[in-house]
Design a protein around this ligand. Structure first.
Ligand code: NAD
Ligand code: MLT
Length: 529
């Protein structure tokens, strides 16, 4: 049995480890405190790696990781993973969305209450033997306005809990429909309105080039005097220098920060401000959340390594188990058709994929498309082609892609047609699944067939003349090439016929040339499926 190896870089709750350990074909290693260079050095041995936020998965770290198939982020944010570099190398990146959302939302609420009632400062003061009742006068949250930027999984829970505390909730999120805020009981507003009306502002967006320094000098200037700012999402969403200046100027009354532009934020002047409270990136640090993310990432990685099922991927369309079961038989059709076409037509300049029949309606066909591309490019590329890097490689080779779906079928409940166009040749091949598992080529150009899509095949087009099949059989026999199976089809009115001949061993070039020289034979191709 080929062992698969998983490297766990930042520790992992026992619940997920137990799932990994229960898989006999898996070896799990969890070395403690490795630095980036040490991880890079051992990574080529591993098929999967699991990280939280400590390990930065850079292009350099994975450049020699030839076996690595998947990077699993036990958590939400993937800004510590160079996803583009992973995609280019065909490595799947997945996270566990929502698995720590309650923990992060509750932490935000805890921070807001602590900020409003100076709880950390009062605790510190009491430890010093003081009893400073006047100094720590607080503010109630009820009837205060909370502005939530980003109404995703965490923002929504924050909204729900804040509304329960009788706060007025404003929401800004350009990627949702306003009704989503209304359903929760919040008010959907523009960013300007949110800034101008909120007593507390909390950010819950991912860190992207778009959201970097979302809270900056300019936006802070548009907030209400006395506003308090919270960040339990990602360092970098707030320009910390601008926040510092706004607090020192007295415009911002306080801040609660769980995440920082640099973690830990050693030397940050914010640490010296008495009205700013901190936690060391604890948003997801609840026993329940750690158990959830650990179990989720382990089962997702196991699914991927053991069955190919992809869930919660950042660089591949995720599909549900039900959808996966529906498309599973067609994955092989897609790959084999791609393989066939990549060998029949060189170079391919245009690729068109048509999904027809009831089986292929209303399901995500993107994984099938990526499988066709993988099949097409795999035999011709030196580098590893897989479902993740296939679209990128197609783009790099400037192959034009179009896809379409039609409910009309030509007799099969599901049929995939892959058309390729080269400089001066074009081929159309359609495949279907027979009896739920047999993958057949049902059409090649205008020829109707039912040939198994497997093994080594000679595809021979000839004039529809008596004796041609005999010539083919004799020629192959002379070169000791045994025929395993043969499918014939013809278009009588055009005097054309085709033979798909599966052979036990590759036919030598001389045999193919001899066949090509025969006056009735128009074209001979050998393809390996
Ligand atoms: P999510 O994807 O469910 O929600 C993000 C929301 O932000 C989406 O609704 C999206 O539409 C919105 N958004 C994107 N760009 C925006 C913009 N420019 N302006 C306003 N809204 C925008 O993510 P989530 O699971 O709710 O996580 C939110 C954040 O919390 C992420 O940054 C995540 O990494 C972080 N997080 C932190 C901790 C922690 O330990 N502190 C724990 C979990 C998650
Ligand atoms: C996350 O994005 O899930 C959080 O930052 C928590 C973590 O660090 O894992």
């Amino acid at each position: 049995m080929n062992m698969l190896k998983v490297l766990i870089c930042d520790g992992m709750d026992e619940s997920g480890l137990a799932l990994f350990r229960a898989a006999p074909e898996l070896q799990v290693d969890m070395p403690e405190g490795l630095n980036a260079a040490e991880i890079k050095a051992i990574l080529p041995e591993y098929d999967a790696m699991v990280v939280r936020s400590r390990t930065k998965v850079t292009a350099e770290m994975i450049e020699n990781a030839a076996r690595l198939k998947v990077v699993g982020r036990a958590g939400t944010g993937v800004d510590n993973i160079d996803t583009a570099a992973a995609s280019a190398r065909g490595i799947l990146v997945m996270n566990t969305p929502g698995a720590n959302a309650t923990a992060a939302a509750e932490h935000t609420l805890a921070m807001m209450l602590s900020l409003a009632r100076h709880i950390p400062q009062a605790t510190h003061s009491m430890r010093q033997g003081l009893w400073e009742k006047k100094k720590f006068m607080g503010t109630e949250l009820a009837h205060m306005t909370l502005g939530i930027i980003g109404l995703g999984k965490i923002g929504s829970i924050v909204a729900d809990r804040a509304l329960a505390m009788k706060m007025d909730v404003l929401v800004y999120d350009p990627h949702i429909v306003p009704e989503m805020a209304a359903v929760l009981g919040g008010e959907y507003v523009t960013l300007d309105e949110l800034l101008a009306r909120s007593d507390f502002i909390t950010v819950h967006t991912p860190l992207t080039p778009d959201t970097k320094h979302l809270i900056n000098r300019n936006t802070l200037a548009r907030t209400k005097p006395g506003v308090r700012i919270l960040n339990c999402a990602r360092g970098g969403l707030i320009d910390e220098e601008a926040l510092y200046d706004s607090i020192v100027s007295g415009h911002v009354a306080g801040a609660a920060l769980d995440v920082f532009e640099r973690e830990p934020p050693a030397g940050s002047p914010l640490l010296d401000l008495p009205n700013v409270i901190f936690t060391p990136h604890l948003g997801a640090s609840s026993l329940q959340a750690q158990e959830n993310v650990s179990r989720a990432i382990a089962s997702q990685i196991l699914d991927y390594l053991q069955t190919g099922l992809i869930r919660n991927a950042i660089n591949f369309p995720s599909i549900s188990m039900k959808e996966y079961e529906r498309i599973r038989p067609y994955l092989l059709v897609a790959e084999r058709l791609g393989h066939l076409q990549g060998q029949l037509c060189t170079p391919v300049l245009k690729l068109e994929i048509i999904y027809s029949g009831s089986d292929l309606q209303e399901i995500p066909t993107q994984p099938l498309t990526q499988t066709v591309i993988k099949g097409l490019l795999d035999p011709i590329m030196a580098e590893k082609v897989n479902l993740i890097n296939a679209p990128l490689l197609l783009k790099q080779r400037q192959i034009e892609l179009t896809t379409s779906t039609t409910s009309q079928s030509k007799g099969y409940t599901g049929e995939i047609t892959v058309k390729v166009k080269g400089r001066d040749e074009e081929y159309s091949a359609s495949g279907a699944v027979f009896q739920g598992q047999e993958v057949r080529l049902v059409r090649l150009n205008d020829y109707r067939l039912e040939a198994e899509l497997e093994g080594i095949n000679l595809i021979i087009q000839n004039r529809d003349k008596p004796g041609t099949i005999g010539v083919i059989g004799t020629t192959l026999g002379n070169y000791k090439v045994n025929i395993a199976d043969m499918h014939l089809s013809r278009i009588r009115e055009r005097d054309r016929a085709i033979a798909i001949i599966r052979v036990d061993h590759e036919a030598p070039a001389e045999a193919l040339d001899e066949l090509r020289r025969h006056p009735s034979i128009i074209c001979v191709k050998q393809v390996k499926l």
